[in-house]
Write a protein that binds this ligand. Sequence first.
Ligand SMILES: *Cc1c(COP(=O)(O)O)cnc(C)c1O
Length: 394
Amino acid sequence: MIYLDNAATTAVKPEVLEAMMPYFIENYSNPSSVYSFAQESHNIVDEARDTLAALIHAKGNEIYFTGGGSEADNWALKAAAAASRAKGKHIITSKIEHHAVLHTCEFLEKQGFDVTYLDVDENGLISPEELERAIRPDTILISIMFANNEIGTIEPVKELAETAHRHGVIFHTDAVQAFGHVPINVEDMNIDMLSASGHKFHGPKGIGFLYVSNRIKIGSLIHGGAQERGKRAGTLNVPGIVGMSKAASIAYEAMSENIAKEIRVRDHFIDRISKEIPFAKLNGDRIKRLSNNVNFSLRFVEGESVLIMLDQKGICASSGSACTSGSLDPSHVLLAIGLPHEIAHGSLRITISEDTTIEDADYTVDVLKVIIERLRNMSPLYEDFVRQQAENKL
Ligand SMILES: *Cc1c(COP(=O)(O)O)cnc(C)c1O
């Protein structure tokens, strides 16, 4: 099997699992208990919190553990909106956010908030000038993702956050695809809130965190016990927290090496597909791009058919985000960068890991070429197109 869907989830590293194991059977204590048996799990959670905080240049008491990226996004937006309600009801986000942000914004609209969804350019970039023009006296929150999960575009977060701060507006970023993959410094970048998720950087699923700067006061997400400084009650997921922190440490240690490895394989994919498959268009910015992301529109084919045929050859890829697959609507991200419906339908997302090899890429492109040719030969649209081209030449 060749796994090329690392934006959907990643494999847990053996060292990560090993770090988690003692907290299932040997020390299963509740970190909130008082006896000494619980001291170890209490300490290891504190340590994990400090480790994660240090990686983004935050403080331990600015990290709140959550059940993943979606929960962190929901909490950030709902809490920031509620806390600033007296000041205003205007929120700004973008058209290419993950559904965890977009659907939360739609929920907030039903609660009486007014949301502006910023356009992006043809590469998926959000312009700080356009953001500035959208800010109003009643704007209370701006949420723009760090890097896009479908097309891999890395946003100018520092400039966007600076713009927000110039107008005294809170800046949140969904960094689920970025954390562990690109360096992030919340201090230098003016980020007030940031969401991350363990399973996107070789940690376990169902654990994530929300960074909230001490400058910002937010309300509780879950009422109950005093965990997470009273803001998110519930017994802590000790193995998950330990695993996420271990995975983050490994990712940060190897970050520049991994980026270099991935760029080599990514660019090999991009070069071969561009050269060898006709009518293939790269989506997303060529330079400001995650090192693990390849996204192409392949005219005259259905993305779903390509995925099924790749699967028959043992290759796991995606046509957009895992959350939209199964629905027949084309990706909101591809529509936002200006692709017409029929071209957005024929898109393929390949997201590699540091373990993906050039051989994996070569095998995949060889298989893909055959699949695309076979599908196009069955396509009446393609037949018409070829006939028209021939007529134009005469
Ligand atoms: C995966 C993802 C999420 C959701 O994270 P979960 O931990 O799966 O809830 C949110 N935003 C982005 C950009 C993602 O890629």
